[in-house]
Structure formats: C-alpha cells, structure tokens
Design a protein around this ligand. Structure first.
Ligand SMILES: Cc1ncc(COP(=O)(O)O)c(C=O)c1O
Length: 379
C-alpha cells in the first residue's frame, strides 16, 4: 500500500460533483437490510468524505435567507465580520485569519508562496495530494517521505529530510487517505523543532472528528507566534462542501502574503452558512457521535468479512483489498453505493485499498449487507 499515490483528480473529482445523493438518506433508512436501492434512485456517495447528513438547519436557513445576495459580490464588512467570528472561535487575532474558497484555495496559496520557483516541500508519500501537486506545478521540489508501519506520518523521517532548500513541511492530521493521527505532543515538538528552519503547515480539516481536546490542534502555536500555518474547512463535519469555505491561520505577515495568492472572493451565501454552522454548538458534537457509530457498524462488518483496515479518525476508513477485490466499486454500484468517483474503473493494483467515506448510520447499516453480498459473489 505504501506506493499508493492517488492523483488529485481521483480524490477531488467527487468533491466537485453534485450533492444530490443526499436525498437518498431517508429512503435508504427505510430499506430492509440487504435490500437493493430502487432502480433510478440516486446512489449513496461514499467516496468524497462529504458529510452525508448535510448542513445544520441554521446553515440551510441562512442560505435560504441570503439567496437575494446571489447577484452581489460579498460585502467587505460581512467578510470582515466573518473573519472576526473565526478569529474568536480560534482564539487568534483577525489579522491571523485568511478566509478561502474551501481549504483547497488555502493549500494552493501556501504552495504558491513557498514552492514557486524551486522551494523545497517535505510531505508524506501517502497523503492528500493537492498541496504537493500544486507545489510541483509551480516548480517546487517535493520530497515525499514514506508513512510509518502504522500508515501514520513518520515525523522523525520527515524532519531528517528538512534541508537548507526546504521552505515548507506539510502534515495532514488526521491524514487523508489513511485516517491515522500523530500523537499531539510529538507533533507539537516536531513543529517547535522544524518551524525555525521551515514553515510547518498542519492540515486539520478532519480534526473535528476527534474527541475535542485543545491539545489536538496546533493552533496554539499560531497564537504563540510560531512559523506554523493551520488549515481548516467547513466541507467536512460542517457538511458545507459545496459552499466552498475554509481558512488558514498564520502569522499576520504570512496571511498578507497568502492573500496575494487568493483566486476567489468568498461567496456571500457560503459565509452566511458557515457563520450559522459555527453558531450551532450542538451540530459538530452530534455529527462526531454519529460518525463514531457509523465507524463502529462498518468495523463490525469488515471484521466479520475478515478484511484488514485502518478504522481511522476522520469520516472515512482505509480498507485493504485483495487482487480479486479490485472491481469492488463496480460490484457495489448496483446495490446503490458509489465508493469511487467512476465505479466502472477498478481500483489500481498498486493501490489495493479503498478509502471508504462513512455515510449516515442508516446508510452504513445498509452498506454491510451489500458488501457481504458483493464479496460473497452474489453482487
Ligand atoms: C486533507 C484535506 N485537506 C483539504 C481538503 C480540501 O477540502 P475543501 O477545499 O473542500 O475544504 C480535503 C478534501 O477532501 C482534504 O481531504
């Protein structure tokens, strides 16, 4: 599995596609276990790490109530107020917040700032590929370090690769696609040790799925003035992937430089939705709990079927597949589950693993019988 190198296109094509599959949730909830989805029904998308429950009520209301803003550019005072709100949430100064169109825009800005014209970037071999791919496009020199035996970032090996030309070191925690985390204290020590020599980027877009503890996030290092950038998103646990809102937290001079790489003015409806989602203090804990339950249900089926997997800490699981199981996406599709952007494409043999997004509890209850039937050749 260690030579898995998903392309950005593979991982992201699904994220850009329609969210119409959300409508299937209630229908599947009513289906008898093992029942096939009704012909013509929208498939359940389990490949883009979206939140299948969708946004909170407040966010939906905010979108409805802001529709009239669609004809306007985002008002700068609304954007400033949102930046202030994020700053309060994170305990940083507003000047330390860069609001972006999804965290992808933050990652591309960081790549532009640090890799353009040959800057060195150190990251893991098996991680979310957007940043290293942007960096390479801009002429950066990317060093990819293998994960450790547990499929987690090997921080010692990464630090050993930091050299005079290294401008940026990137850590994704929890890591996509393996779902593994690194020990918070070890990561903090790593950031302290590396950040005087190179900027450390910590992608925390899945961090909300961990039991909350202030120690988990590296945002305290941003607060303390370290050369660290933290990236977050409203696409995952907040269920707002289609609205494209994320942000980077960094030192004010870094935020100013990253601002020059921005490509989109944040959308007024998205800002309203994200703000409402921040205001709903019950939603994130509820989504975390439901995701844990979906993981528990799915783990039980994978155990029963004898599959090897990393249960992970995001809203997805990393499942190892045998050579005769690489057509799993095509075989699951008639059951109403899409586990790859293009189900007819088999999983490449050098990957031999499936990153399965966890759907709703009801969807994962229905997924078990479908997987069982598929793997027993009755799919
Ligand atoms: C680790 C990681 N970072 C960033 C992103 C980009 O997400 P978005 O631009 O929707 O915030 C993703 C999307 O799947 C991701 O998995």
């Amino acid at each position: 599995m260690s030579d898995f190198s998903p392309t950005r296109r593979n991982l992201l094509a699904g994220a850009a596609a329609t969210t119409a599959g959300l409508a299937l949730g209630p229908r599947l909830a009513l289906a008898a276990p093992g029942a096939r989805a009704r012909p013509g029904a929208e498939p359940v998308r389990l490949f883009s790490n979206e939140n299948r429950y969708g946004p909170c009520e407040g966010a939906l209301r905010a979108i409805r109530e802001s529709v009239h803003l669609s004809s306007r550019y985002t008002a700068l005072d609304a954007l400033q107020a949102f930046r202030q709100r994020v700053a309060e949430e994170e305990g940083v100064a507003p000047e330390q917040v860069l609001v972006t169109a999804g965290s992808l825009e933050a990652l591309s800005a960081v790549a532009g700032q640090y890799a353009l014209g040959g800057g060195g970037v150190v990251c893991s071999e098996l991680t979310f590929p957007a940043l290293p791919e942007y960096a390479e496009t801009l002429g950066g020199k990317v060093t990819r370090v293998p994960l450790d035996a547990n499929l987690a970032h090997d921080l010692d090996a990464m630090e050993a690769r930091v050299g005079p030309g290294t401008k940026l070191v990137s850590v994704c925690n929890p890591n996509n696609p393996t779902g593994t985390i690194v020990d918070a204290k070890r990561l903090r020590d790593f950031c302290e040790s590396v950040s005087p020599r190179a900027t450390v980027l910590v992608d925390e877009v899945y961090l909300h799925y961990l039991e909350p503890s202030p120690a988990n996030s590296m945002v305290d290092l941003v607060r303390a003035g370290r050369n660290v950038i933290v990236v977050r998103s409203f696409s995952k646990i907040h269920g707002l992937a289609g609205m494209r809102v994320g942000y980077a937290l960094a030192q004010p001079d870094v935020v100013k430089r990253l601002f020059q790489w921005r490509m989109a003015l944040p959308n007024p409806l998205s800002i309203a939705a994200a703000r409402a989602s921040l205001d709903d203090k019950q939603f994130v804990p509820r989504m975390r709990k439901l995701t844990q339950e979906a993981r528990r249900i799915t783990s039980a089926v994978l155990d029963e079927l004898g599959l090897k997997y990393v249960a992970g800490h995001g809203n997805f699981m990393w499942i190892s597949l045998g050579a005769d199981q690489l057509d799993l996406p095509a075989r699951l599709a008639p059951h109403g589950f899409h586990v790859a952007t293009v189900p007819s494409n088999p999983i490449p043999a050098n990957i031999s693993a499936l990153r399965l997004t966890l759907g709703t509890v009801e969807e994962m209850r229905a997924f078990g019988p479908a997987l069982r039937a598929t793997l027993k050749g009755r799919g």
